[in-house]
Design a protein around this ligand. Structure first.
Ligand code: NAP
Length: 483
C-alpha cells in the first residue's frame, strides 16, 4: 500500500526548479503515525541550502513580478485544476504522513486547491487609487508592488492547505517564495512541486526546503537582506521567536498562531444544529486545528441534552488507520502530541472533571486517542488555557450572556469563537463583544479562501485568504504627481 503511494514522491530539496541533496548529505525520517513505521527519508536543508534557495528566488523574482497579471492568473488556475486532477493521490499522501482520516484529507485537498483558484481571480485585481491632495491639488497615485522574496513556514496539521494559503497569494502578488514545511509532514509539499511545474510555475519561483534545523535555517533566511516577508503558521511560542528575528531587518510579518476557541450554546439554540457544528468545530482534523473548539460553554438549561447528544455522536466515531474507508478518527500526528492530550485529560479528571466517553488510550502501534467528552471541567483545568490539539471536548455551563462573554474572552488567544442561538440580534450583539478575529455564528466551520482568516491578540498578525491575504505580499507605493 505504502510503496505504490510513495513511489513517485520526491524526497530531496526543490531549489531553482531542480532536486538537490542537502549540502551536508543530511536526511531525516518521516513516520506514519498509524503504524509508527518509517515511510520516507527526506533531505534536511542546511543554512547553505537555504541561502541557495534565496539565490534561486532572487534570480526568479524580476521575471515573475513582470509577467502580466493574467499570465500569473492562468498558471494559478491551472495549478488548481491539476491538484484536483490528482486529488485522491494527495489525500492519501496527507493521511499517510499526518494520520488524519481520508474524509478529512479529501476536504483539505479541495480547500488547499481552492487557494489557487481564488488567487487566480485576485491576481488580476491588484487595484490602486487616484485622488487629489486637499491642499496642494497634486494627484495622489497609490499602487501596490510585490513586496519581495517571502519565507513561508508551515505546520504539520494541514500539510497542503497551510502552504497553499501562502503560496497562492504570494504568487498572485508577484513574489517568489522559499517554503519550509513541518518536519513531521514534508512529503505533501514535495509531491506538489512537479504538479506546479507542470502548471507552468517557473523555476525558482517556489523553493521547498524541509529541514530538521528549523531554527537555524529560518533564522539565516530572516537575516538575509533580500528577504522582505515572513509568513508563518504555527504555535504562538515559535511565532514570538520569529517576530524577534524578523525585527532585525524589519521583515514584514504575517503570523497565524494558536487558538483557544470557545463554543457557546445559548438556551434558545437549535441543539441538533449545534451538535452538527460542534462535531465539525471539534473533530475536523481530530481536533488538531488552530480553529478547534477548545472550551464548550453550554447554557445550564440545555446542558443535559447537549452533553448527551454530543457524547452519543463522539462515541459513534470509528477510530483506525486513516487510510481505511469508514474510519473517521485517525491517530494524532506523533507521540508528543498524544502525550500532551493524555496529560491534559488526566489533569482535568484529577481536578474533578467527569468522563462521559473516551479517555482510554488503546494499545499500539499508532498514536491513537479516542473521541472523548469531559463534563464539569473545573476552571483551573489546564485544558481551558492551552490548546488541546486532540479529540477531546470539555464542557462547562453558564447562566447569563454577560458571564459567558467574559469567560470566553478570558484568554490571551483570539482566533475564532463559535456561538449558537436562534436570536440573530443576540448573535450579532455577542459576536461584536467577542475579541476574536473570526466568529462562527450558527456555524462550526469558518475557513474559506474568500474570507479573511486570522486572529486577534496572541493568535496572530495579518490575514490569509480574501483580498487581505494578497496584501500581505504587496507594498503600497504612493506617487505624488502634478500633471
Ligand atoms: P510549531 O511547532 O510552531 O511549528 C510550525 C513550523 O515552525 C514548523 O515548520 C516547524 O518546523 C517550524 N519551527 C519550529 N521551531 C522553529 C524555530 N525556532 N524557528 C523557525 N521555525 C521553527 O507548530 P506545529 O506544532 O507544527 O503546529 C501546531 C500549531 O500551529 C498550533 O499552535 C496551531 O494552533 C497552530 N496553527 C495555527 C493556524 C492559524 O491559522 N492560526 C493554523 C494551523 C495551525 P519543525 O517541524 O521542523 O519543528
Amino acid at each position: 500500500m505504502y510503496e505504490n503511494l510513495l513511489a513517485d514522491v520526491p524526497t530531496d530539496l526543490w531549489i531553482g526548479g531542480k532536486w538537490r541533496k542537502a549540502s551536508d548529505g543530511g536526511r531525516f525520517d518521516v513516520i506514519d503515525p498509524a503504524t509508527e513505521r518509517i515511510i520516507a527519508s527526506v533531505a534536511s536543508a542546511t543554512v547553505e541550502d537555504a541561502i541557495a534557495a534565496i539565490d534561486a528566488a532572487e534570480a526568479a523574482f524580476e521575471g515573475w513580478a513582470s509577467r502580466k497579471p493574467r499570465e500569473r492568473a492562468e498558471i494559478l488556475r491551472r495549478s488548481y485544476e491539476l491538484i484536483m486532477r490528482d486529488a485522491e493521490r494527495f489525500a492519501k499522501l496527507i493521511t499517510l504522513e499526518n494520520g488524519k482520516a481520508l474524509p478529512d484529507s479529501r476536504s483539505e485537498v479541495a480547500y488547499a486547491a481552492e487557494f489557487f483558484r481564488w488567487y487566480a481571480e485576485e491576481a488580476v485585481r491588484n487595484i490602486g487609487d487616484v485622488s487629489r491632495a486637499p491642499a496642494s491639488g497634486a494627484r495622489i497615485l497609490v499602487h501596490h508592488k510585490p513586496a519581495g522574496i517571502a519565507v513561508l513556514v508551515t505546520p504539520w496539521n494541514f500539510p497542503a492547505a497551510m502552504a497553499t494559503r501562502k503560496i497562492g497569494p504570494a504568487l498572485a502578488a508577484g513574489c517568489p517564495v522559499v517554503l519550509k514545511p513541518a518536519s513531521d509532514t514534508p512529503l505533501t509539499m514535495l509531491a506538489l512541486m512537479p504538479v506546479l511545474e507542470e502548471a507552468g510555475v517557473p523555476a525558482g519561483v517556489i523553493n521547498v526546503i524541509p529541514s530538521r534545523s528549523s531554527g537555524k535555517v529560518v533564522g539565516a533566511m530572516l537575516h538575509d537582506p533580500r528577504v522582505r516577508v515572513v509568513s508563518f503558521t504555527g504555535s504562538t511560542e515559535v511565532g514570538r521567536k520569529l517576530l524577534r528575528e524578523a525585527a532585525d531587518n524589519i521583515v514584514k510579518p504575517a503570523m497565524e498562531l494558536g487558538g483557544n476557541a470557545p463554543f457557546i450554546v445559548f438556551e434558545d439554540a437549535d441543539i441538533d444544529a449545534a451538535i452538527d457544528g460542534a462535531m465539525i468545530a471539534k473533530m475536523r482534523n481530530m481536533g488538531e486545528a488552530c480553529t478547534a473548539a477548545n472550551r464548550f460553554y453550554v447554557h445550564e438549561k440545555v446542558h443535559d441534552e447537549f452533553a448527551a447528544k454530543l457524547t452519543a455522536r463522539m462515541a459513534s466515531l470509528k477510530m483506525g488507520n486513516g487510510l481505511d474507508e469508514g474510519v473517521n478518527l485517525g491517530p494524532l500526528v506523533n507521540k508528543d502530541g498524544r502525550d500532551k492530550v493524555i496529560e491534559l485529560v488526566n489533569d482535568a479528571v484529577e481536578k474533578g472533571a467527569r468522563i462521559l466517553t473516551g479517555g482510554r488510550v488503546p494499545d499500539g502501534p499508532g498514536f491513537f486517542y479516542p473521541a472523548t467528552v469531559l463534563d464539569n471541567v473545573p476552571d483551573n483545568a489546564k485544558m481551558l488555557n492551552e490548546e488541546i490539539f486532540g479529540p477531546v471536548a470539555s464542557i462547562q455551563t453558564f447562566k447569563s450572556e454577560e458571564e459567558v462573554i467574559r469567560r470566553a474572552n478570558d484568554t490571551e488567544y483570539g482566533l475564532v469563537a463559535y456561538l449558537y442561538t436562534r436570536d440573530l440580534s443576540r448573535g450579532l450583539r455577542v459576536s461584536e463583544k467577542l475579541d476574536f478575529g473570526m466568529i462562527g455564528l450558527n456555524r462550526g466551520l469558518v475557513s474559506d479562501p474568500a474570507a479573511p482568516f486570522g486572529g486577534m491578540k496572541q493568535s496572530g498578525i495579518g490575514r490569509e485568504g480574501a483580498h487581505e491575504g494578497m496584501m500581505e505580499f504587496l507594498e503600497t507605493q504612493y506617487v505624488s504627481v502634478t500633471w
